[in-house]
Design a protein around this ligand. Structure first.
Ligand SMILES: Cc1cc2nc3c(=O)[nH]c(=O)nc-3n(C[C@H](O)[C@H](O)[C@H](O)COP(=O)(O)OP(=O)(O)OC[C@H]3O[C@@H](n4cnc5c(N)ncnc54)[C@H](O)[C@@H]3O)c2cc1C
Length: 415
């Protein structure tokens, strides 16, 4: 048995790091257990948007019809591998059921609270600590090829305005004034000033160093195997490196979280949603503002130190192979909306597994069966953006008995 800790965090992605950050502010003794290296999961090569205006859930009215239409035209960024996996089939059916106005309204309200909370906490984090990560507050440009979608976004914007996350509409000339690298072929743009961006793998790296300096113990190549449970409490976690004991445990294993369902009798209905990115040297004429290429559902993110194209959503289980066709779609998509050559050399081609729930809301909760186990996963497309709010909420659940924000929409009871 390895030494006792106050809290053990299982999973060293951005959510695990954020939990550790707020725990050490309570003087907790924290150990992070990671099966590979810190930040080797979805938190590594993502698009780096702090997309606070992303309050509307993926499951919204009309999404299923729209994606089927795009898939028939070979233009959908979504791919579902034909499968007999009943868990995935049920998950997809539940996602489709959630594509309604009632859910969209309730989920947006809940996401808004968590995103706004995260925004304030990120502001504090970056003002108190110098975490080297190419962080910038430059907003997000949504570029539209199709006039119909550009117009339709007016209704989306009206919805966002109710939450003070509204954008401004730009015609082509004004959009090109703001961002000269935009192609002449686009129909127009919406500019949302509320979003920020950073380089995610740099944040992971500098946050990890900061946490180690402040006493967090990090165990890499230390896969969690299972738990020892006694009288409704987790006593210790068994890993490939041995047993670790703690007073409280936090499960932040992202897309892998459902693997504990059987032993812990939990219902964590998370599916891996695979995405891809290509990272390059920043080209001479890259955009200066991150651009969301609307019809392609992909993002081009510029940093001082590089340039990344990322996107696509593939449901194909835990397959982490790189698919050349989907990677090339990212490059083709960028060429449709931007004048810039893609950068060279290519520094990295990457795929990552987003932890997706069928209602597109995260899970932030105490286990109903093990009193000292907390779960934080299912952050889908916005795990980086929601990291600080999630970390603080989990820490407050443990140390204050209650979070400062309403966590009922994120509870496991809802499944
Ligand atoms: C292409 C792409 C673009 C994206 N862009 C954005 C964006 O712009 N903005 C945004 O907010 N979000 C974005 N996301 C989503 C974001 O990356 C995820 O929501 C987030 O990284 C999830 O963080 P996590 O800590 O829950 O999971 P992860 O980062 O996957 O971390 C989980 C960790 O748990 C470890 N683990 C698993 N099982 C075990 C075990 N048994 N024992 C020990 N350790 C274990 C894994 O190795 C992993 O390191 C994007 C995702 C993708 C794929």
């Amino acid at each position: 048995m390895k030494s006792n800790n106050d809290v053990i965090i299982i999973g060293g992605g951005i959510i695990g790091l954020a939990c550790a950050h707020y725990l050490i502010q309570k003087n907790a003794g924290v150990r992070i257990i990671e099966q590979d290296v810190i930040g080797s999961g979805a938190s590594h090569g993502n698009c780096g948007l702090l997309h606070f205006s992303g309050i509307i859930p993926l499951c919204s009215p009309g999404v299923v019809r729209h994606e089927l239409y795009r898939a028939m035209r070979g233009r959908s960024p979504l791919y579902i591998k034909p499968t007999l996996d009943m868990t995935l089939i049920q998950w997809l059916m539940k996602f489709a059921i959630h594509c309604n106005l009632t859910h969209m309204t309730a989920a947006s309200k809940a996401k808004n609270e968590l995103l706004r909370y995260s925004l304030d906490l990120f502001d504090t984090l970056f003002s108190e600590h110098s975490l080297d990560c190419d962080f910038e507050k430059k907003g997000l440009l949504l570029l539209f090829k199709d006039k119909k979608y550009l117009e339709k976004y007016t209704a989306t914007d009206a919805f966002l305005k109710k939450y003070d996350f509204g954008a401004s509409r730009l015609d082509l000339a004004d959009a090109r004034k703001l961002e000269p690298s935009i192609s002449k072929d686009i129909a127009g743009a919406w500019y949302n000033q509320h979003d920020w961006h950073l380089r995610p793998e740099m944040l992971v790296d500098s946050w990890k160093k900061h946490l180690i300096k402040n006493g967090v113990i990090i165990e890499e190549k230390c896969k969690m195997l299972d738990f020892e449970i006694k009288q409704g409490k987790i006593r210790c976690v068994n890993t490939v490196k041995g047993q670790y004991r703690a007073d409280a445990f936090i499960l932040t294993t992202g897309a892998w979280a459902p693997r504990v369902n059987k032993q812990l009798k939990l219902n964590i209905p998370v599916q891996p949603g695979k995405g891809y990115s290509i990272t390059m040297e920043r080209p001479d004429q890259s955009p200066g503002i991150p651009c969301l290429l609307y019809e392609r559902n992909m993002v081009a993110t510029p940093w001082k130190t590089g340039y990344r194209l990322g996107g696509t959503m593939e449901f194909s289980g835990f397959d982490d192979r790189l698919n050349e066709k989907r990677l090339s779609k990212l490059v083709m998509g960028a060429r449709e909306y931007l004048n810039t050559t893609t950068g060279s050399p290519i520094l990295e081609q990457w795929s990552g597994l987003r932890p997706m729930t069928h209602d597109d809301l995260p899970i932030i909760d105490r286990s109903p069966f093990q009193d000292n186990l907390f779960v934080a996963t299912g952050h889908g497309m916005l795990g980086l953006t929601m990291a600080t709010g999630t970390g603080k909420a989990v820490c407050d659940m443990i140390y204050e008995g209650k979070a400062q924000i309403e966590l009922a929409p994120f509870s496991m009871d809802r499944f």
